[in-house]
Design a protein around this ligand. Sequence first.
Ligand SMILES: *[C@@H]1O[C@H](CO)[C@@H](O)[C@H](O)[C@H]1NC(C)=O
Ligand SMILES: *[C@@H]1O[C@H](CO)[C@@H](O)[C@H](O)[C@H]1NC(C)=O
Ligand SMILES: *[C@@H]1O[C@H](CO)[C@@H](O)[C@H](O)[C@H]1NC(C)=O
Length: 367
Amino acid sequence: MAGAILCTLTARHDPSMVLMLLKHLRAKIIFVDCQLLEVARQAIDLFNKTETELPALVLISESDGSVQRPLGEWDPISVNYTSETTLQPKGVVYSHRGAYLKSIATFLLHGMGLIPVYLWTVEVMTGGLLPPPQILSKMEGLGFSVSHLYGLTETYGPGTYCAWKPEWDSLSSDQRSSIKSRQWVQHLGLEEVDVRDTVTMESVPSDGKSLGEIMFRGNTVVSGYYKNQEAMDKAFEGGWFHSGDLAAKHPDGYIEVKDRLKDVIISGGENMSSVEVETVLYSHSAVLEATLVAHPDDYWGQTPCAFVKLKEGCHVDAQEIIGFCRDHLPHHTSPRTVVFEDLPETLTGKIQKFIPREKAKAMGSLS
Ligand SMILES: *[C@@H]1O[C@H](CO)[C@@H](O)[C@H](O)[C@H]1NC(C)=O
Ligand SMILES: *[C@@H]1O[C@H](CO)[C@@H](O)[C@H](O)[C@H]1NC(C)=O
Ligand SMILES: *[C@@H]1O[C@H](CO)[C@@H](O)[C@H](O)[C@H]1NC(C)=O
């Protein structure tokens, strides 16, 4: 309420990342908790003093400054950096209006009561892209009621959720998890979510099969990328925000996310979804984590290559994994190659696919 724009930086950044973000933001003040003072101090020390004005470092304490209300509801309230690993961080600008709508939508959607006395963890909301259904079933087994929300920083977090239909209650636990992690309708407060052709912008038919890109529009969608109009124009081509995720639309209007566009593997002219194969990999009892990437191939164009981290004490070989996938998937979508190793994760715990992807590229063609 000081009339400034907020940007929260995660406590897990190192000084050089903090420096990069502070510079990009042209931050005027950095508030820091005493536990993180060293990181902030080192970041400030790294500044090129001749080039920029240094941000003031303020240790957090309670204060009672005067309240400055925004002049308009579209004024920016915060800048949130995307967790994607790009050299150029993208600062996602939120408006007061969007943040207000999103907060109200969240209370409504997740049934926050009138006087919430206890911490609100009877219900668990999970975000990010597609946790395998097995993880959801396991958590339910422990007594949590898990909802999966799909969205991006650009949609203020959750952009869709799974509105549960009573007729799904009677399905098996695996089937229920699979619905929860895949089938969604738009989050309250958004104007519209649709699945459209990336280029022609035509809406795909609601047949559960035709694929297109998930697109959003409305007041709870990013107002702009901070100092990056080019990225903004690209993301909003055709008047909708392009998510970069691939989905199909069912006759009842629910959308089903298939994959990141850039993760689709094209083998022998056929498109395959890495998520479907990853789901099968996760159902193998020895697999802790898995990801599927394209392995360039002279004959097939690409072949599927799995990177797998096994559970501690488990020993299986590539043939066992490939055989298991072939038992559960069409032959051509089963991995041809399996690499066993630790999978690199982002600060928020998502598997960093670009690293295995680069490794697979370097492995050379099989045929
Ligand atoms: C965006 O930033 C605000 C303020 O720094 C923070 O409270 C909020 O949780 C962030 N939202 C997301 C989706 O990252
Ligand atoms: C600091 O910035 C000045 C002015 O842009 C430049 O000449 C100098 O090389 C920079 N120094 C470092 C260490 O980057
Ligand atoms: C595979 O995906 C590409 C790019 O989205 C598309 O142009 C092509 O028609 C698809 N091929 C098949 C067989 O679905």
